[in-house]
Design a protein around this ligand. Structure first.
Ligand code: SAH
Ligand code: SF4
Ligand code: F3S
Length: 448
């Protein structure tokens, strides 16, 4: 391919959160609709879309090293060069800087503008570098092609953006204000996903439980109402949602965990820290105790619910004693899994200029202790599952002949050997637990 030839093959590489994974799938569909084909594994693509994440400094640095690697690996001796497009949250936050620093980048497109990717690629092929970082997300979804075939577990973005402005976080700046997609569009897209093979749908949003809309009868509904409507799709067997914010929880969603049988017993509810002073400085709008009380209500509605969270260690000013509060909160909850991060100062966020930035060595030590506690609880949760009979949604083949991999209702990875196919919901007995997965054997159907 010469620089002026329109690209024929593409590769989309997504980093960061599940919403970026969803966006990456939609970009691939857009390029496919233009007649481009996905580059095979190991093949060099004419167009590489880097769908980037800005959340921590490391994530951002990765973009520049990836650009360097793509250019270096392009060893066609016809004088051509690869076309690189940078999409996602780094594009939104640092688009101009990327254009200035990386001449091989021909397209910069923000997360709310990627429906324009095909025309921007065409412009770039005609020799004009193209940038689009406008924020009107409304236009985007309407302009995307219809969904096609998917795997058994699919993502569906229902809500975008964030109005919470936690003092450490870039998302309100990279994704813009909170916006809910319309109810009818979501039911339509879910139906297409199910027709395309999805048996499980994970509803996505930066604040997914802030989703609000009007149902077919014009009644105001929240996430619980949407999940109820989706449960009406016969071939859809499981509904999940992520990520929730404690401030947007309502009684209807809590109750739905007890009444909507397709809503899986799993809740990812980030807390970030266990000290009320730190939570306040983070602008989290909840206390540690308020968070724990919320979890109690979920457990009352669905006693077997598995809990997950996000944590940041070393927020500016965090003392040893305040860090201990986080460990105490972890002990009180007993998480089934969790994500934890060292605080990363992000340009333009209020926390970046706060006093008391914590030294890296202290953050390292805190993260290690935190992860030890979380790892201990995750293993304990998995071990407590041994002996249970449950359904597993088969997602792919395992490494060994006849082996299958899938997920339990509690989002644990489960492997088993036997008669099954991708997309099946099979009944298994969990027989052995490790820190990150469980082994199982097929259970006779009449045990259900
Ligand atoms: N909207 C979601 C997820 C946001 S990003 C929420 O509010 O929970 C995912 C996680 O990244 C956050 O929950 C937080 O734990 C972490 N994170 C965000 N900004 C960070 C920063 N500057 N440094 C370290 N971790 C960060
Ligand atoms: Fe970031 Fe806070 Fe919004 Fe989550 S709620 S995206 S952590 S600002
Ligand atoms: Fe990263 Fe943007 Fe998601 S910053 S975590 S890709 S919303």
């Amino acid at each position: 391919m010469r620089p002026t030839d329109p690209p024929r093959t593409y590769r989309v590489k997504s980093f960061g959160c599940q919403m970026n994974v969803y966006d990456g799938e939609r970009m691939a569909e857009l390029l496919g609709a233009q007649g481009m084909t996905a580059a095979g594994e190991g093949d060099k693509a004419d167009l590489v879309v880097l769908n980037t994440c800005h959340i921590r400094e490391k994530a951002t640095e990765k973009v520049y090293s990836d650009i360097g690697r793509i250019v270096k690996d392009w060893d066609r001796d016809d004088g051509s060069s690869p076309m690189i497009a940078v999409a996602g949250c780094v594009a939104q936050a640092e688009g101009e800087e990327i254009m200035a620093r990386a001449p091989s980048v021909k397209v910069v497109v923000g997360p709310q503008a990627y429906h324009r990717l095909p025309e921007m690629v065409a412009e770039a092929a005609a020799g004009r570098r193209a940038t689009e970082t406008d924020m009107p997300a409304e236009a985007k979804f309407a302009a995307l092609p219809r969904r096609r075939k998917t795997g058994p577990s699919a993502f569906l973005t229902i809500q975008e953006g964030c109005d919470k402005f936690c003092t450490y976080c870039v998302v309100p700046y990279t994704r813009g204000a909170e916006l809910s997609r319309p109810f009818a569009d979501l039911v339509d897209e879910a139906r297409l996903l199910v027709e395309g093979g999805a048996r499980e749908i994970t509803l996505l949003g930066q604040n997914v439980n802030a989703w609000a809309g009007e149902d077919a009868k014009g009644r105001a509904v929240g996430l619980a109402g949407l999940a109820e409507a989706l449960a009406g799709l016969a071939d859809l067997k499981r509904i999940r949602y992520t990520t929730s914010h404690p401030a947007d929880m309502d009684e209807a969603l809590i109750a739905a965990h007890g009444t909507n049988a397709k809503l899986m017993p799993f809740l990812h509810l980030p807390v970030q820290a266990g000290s009320d002073r730190v939570l306040k400085a983070m602008n989290r709008s909840h206390t540690a105790d308020g968070y724990l009380k919320l979890l109690e209500r979920f457990r009352a509605a669905r006693p077997d619910i598995a809990l997950s969270g996000d944590f940041i260690v070393g927020f500016p000013g965090e003392t040893d004693a305040e860090f201990e509060d986080t460990l105490r909160l972890i002990d009180a909850v007993g998480y089934a899994q969790a994500f934890s991060f060292k605080y990363s100062a992000r340009p333009g966020t209020p926390a970046a200029s706060m006093d008391g930035q914590v030294p890296a060595s202290v953050m390292d030590e805190r993260l290690q202790r935190l992860q030890a506690a979380l790892g201990r609880d995750q293993l304990a949760f998995n071990k407590a599952s041994v002996g249970k009979t449950c359904e597993v949604l088969v997602e792919r083949k395992g490494k060994h002949p006849g082996q299958w991999l899938g997920k339990s209702p509690w989002l644990q990875s489960v492997h088993f050997t036997g008669e099954a196919a991708i997309g099946d919901l099979v009944l298994v007995e969990l027989v052995e637990a490790g820190p990150n997965s469980l082994s199982a054997r097929l259970a006779p159907r009449d045990q259900a």
